[in-house]
Design a protein around this ligand. Sequence first.
Ligand code: SF4
Ligand code: SF4
Length: 385
Amino acid sequence: MKVIIYWAKNIVETLLRLLPFPVRTGLIRVGNPGKNSPVIVTGNFDLTVERVKKSLKGLNVYLLIANSRGINVWCASAGGLFTEHDIISIVKTSGIEDLVDHRRLILPQLSATGISREIVKEKTGWSPLFGPVYAEDLKEYIENNFHKSEEMRTVRFDLLERFEMAAAWAFPVSLIPALPIFIFWRELLIPFCLLIWGFSLAIFLSFPLYSRFIDPVRERKGFILFDFGRGGYRLLFWALALLALSIYGIYAGTFSWGFLLKWGLICLFVVLILSLDLTGSTPVFKSGLHPDRLLKVVLAEDLCKGISLCREVCPRNCYEIDKEKHKARMPRIDLCVQCGACIVQCPRDALCFAAPDGSTIPPETIRKYKLNLLGTRKLPAGDKK
Ligand code: SF4
Ligand code: SF4
C-alpha cells in the first residue's frame, strides 16, 4: 500500500510540477548517522526530498530540509525564494550543531545562484560546499571525499527529464479544457487529449534533434529559431489555424460558426502547447521571455586569482582554470544560461554581466536582486535595500 501511495504521489507531483509541493522543514536522519556524518541540505519541494532520500539510501547522513517554499531548488534560488537566510535558519533551528563534530555543509549546486556562501559562513561558522547537480550523484560524491566530476557539475536534459517536462506541460493544457469539451463535444475528448500529449511528447523527446538550431549567440543578433515562447507567435499560429479551418470548411461544405468555434478552440490549445516557453523549460537554455538571455558573463582577469568557485558552480561547465597562471578561462561560454551562479560566488568580484548596450550589472546587484517569473530583477521579500 505504501508503495502505491508513494508512486501515486510521485506521478501527481510530476504532472503538476509547475506548482509548489512543500513538505515540512527540519532534520531527517538517513541510516544511523554519527558525529562525523555528512550534513546535506536540500529544499522542501516534495519530489526533490524524495529523490534525495532515495539517493542517500545505504549511507549514514543528516539531511536538512530548508524552506524553498515548496519549489525546486534552482527555480527557488533564482527567484529569491531560497536564500542564505533559509540555510542559516535551518542550521540554527534543527539542532544539527549538537549532533556533529565538523562544520561542513553540503548545499545543492543549483542553489549557488541564490545563496551567498560567505554570509552562511559568517553567520553560522559552517563551511558550505556545493554538491552535485543531481541527487543521484550524491552517494558517489560523498564516497569520493566530496570531489565532483565534470559530469556531476553539469546539467543534462536526458530522456527521463524530457519526458517529465512533456507530461508537466501536457497535463494542465489538456486538463483545463477537458471539462467543456466533455460537456459539449464528448466525441472529441480522446482525440483532443491525444493531440496535446502527442505534440508535447514530440516537442520534448525530439529536443536533441533540433536543439543545435537554438543558438543563443545567434539569438543575440535577433535570429530566433524554435523559440515558441514569444507571445506574438501564439496569435499568429492561431490566426493561421483559423484561416486554414475556414478555407477547409468552405471547401468541404461543412463551414458554420459552430464548426469554427469548436475547432478554433481546439486549435487554441494546440497553439498553447506549441507556444510554450520551450527554452525556459529546459536546463540548457535561458527562457526566451527573459531579457537576461542577452547578457554575457565578463571576466576581469586582473581580479581573478583562480580560486575556481566559478567552475564549481557553473551548471553548463563553461569554465576551466589555468593552473599555471591561476586564472579562470571561459572556453565554453556560449553554453551559458545566464544563471548568475558564478558571479554570485566569485569571492574576488571578478565576474559581472554585460548587456548588449555595453552597460554592466555588478555582482552586488546579482546577489541581491533576483529574477521573478517575468524576468524582472526584484529584491526578495524581507530583504532591505
Ligand atoms: S573568476 Fe572568481 S571564482 Fe572564478 S577563478 Fe577567478 S576569482 Fe575564482
Ligand atoms: S557561466 Fe553562465 S551558466 Fe555558468 S554559472 Fe556563470 S552565468 Fe551560470
